[in-house]
Ligand binder design. Structure first.
Ligand SMILES: [Fe+2]
Length: 285
């Protein structure tokens, strides 16, 4: 086993404060106790309810209490439900108020609708591909943000996270507009992984021209619809759970975790070239 570069938890569509989300929080904490997460990354729909004074306690602070207390930052991706009724403004404000990164105390992180997480050899680009009152808004801003970040430096591991899926064997099937907008970008910059939610299950697809794509939307409610997809589905689960991504000097390992905390799927991507040297100035999480 090579020296780990980072180890992260990916989860999505979790913001209900229901029993299933508490179950998710418990299995994430159980896995963290064995191998700590550097960070958690949500694929969106972090908030389904209208904002109330103690909403964040219900949909975030209580379900994820153990991980927050352990100092894990939870990076949030805006989903379509997060854009309703001015919720995104409340979430941005909550992030500023919690200030989880600068104090190293863990918790909710949403610095802007589009932002970057840079951790030594890894660059995660979080995009908002949703908007109030539109199923598929103009993606120029998200695309320009991603392109500028991908062109700016050559991170060893390049990851995109946004809410709408590309392919899916779930309720909505393949998202043709998302594919048309983002597939050329993935190929041009050789993006390693793309994570999305919106669909309420988890699945891993065969790599597309070198990019690995997974849906992780099984955080609080399951849907079992089955639709055809243009891309080969390698594995799908209709259970509550999440994903773990471990990046090291030689490979990336994506694992799906079930509601018992067990590994139910594992996919490995080998690095084609060694990690580049990284200067001291690189931003740390
Ligand atoms: Fe959604």
């Amino acid at each position: 086993m090579q020296k780990p570069v980072t180890h992260i938890a990916i989860y999505g569509d979790a913001g209900r404060g229901n029993a299933e989300q508490f179950e998710l929080g418990a299995i994430m904490a159980k896995r963290h106790a064995v191998k700590p997460f550097r960070l958690a990354l949500s694929t969106g729909d972090n908030q389904y309810d209208s904002t109330t004074p103690d909403l964040m306690r219900k949909i975030f602070e209580e379900p994820f209490v153990d991980l927050i207390n352990a100092g894990v930052p939870f990076f949030q991706t805006p989903g379509n439900h997060d854009m309703d009724e001015g919720r995104i403004e409340e979430q941005l404000h909550y992030s500023r108020r919690i200030n989880a990164l600068s104090e190293g105390k863990g918790g909710w992180v949403l610095p802007a609708p589009h932002y970057v997480i840079r951790d030594k050899h890894v660059k995660i680009i979080v995009l908002n591909v949703t908007a109030p009152g539109s199923d598929f808004p103009d993606q120029r801003e998200a695309l320009e943000f991603a392109e500028a970040e991908l062109a700016e430096d050559s991170a060893d591991w390049k990851i995109l996270c946004f809410h709408y899926h590309l392919w899916s064997t779930g309720l909505r099937g393949d998202h043709e507009e998302m594919k048309a907008v983002f597939l050329p970008l993935l190929e041009r910059y050789q993006v390693d992984f793309v994570f999305a939610g919106h669909e309420h299950h988890a699945e891993v697809f065969a790599p597309w021209r070198g990019t690995h794509f997974a849906i992780v939307g099984n955080g609080s409610e399951i849907r079992e619809h089955v639709m055809p997809s243009d891309q080969e589905c390698l594995f799908r689960t209709n259970e509550i759970g999440f994903a773990e991504l471990t990046l090291d000097e030689a490979q990336a390992c994506l694992v799906l975790i079930d509601r018992h905390g067990q590994e139910i799927w594992k996919q490995v991507k080998q690095r084609l070239k060694p990690l580049a040297s990284v200067g001291e100035a690189s931003q740390q999480i």
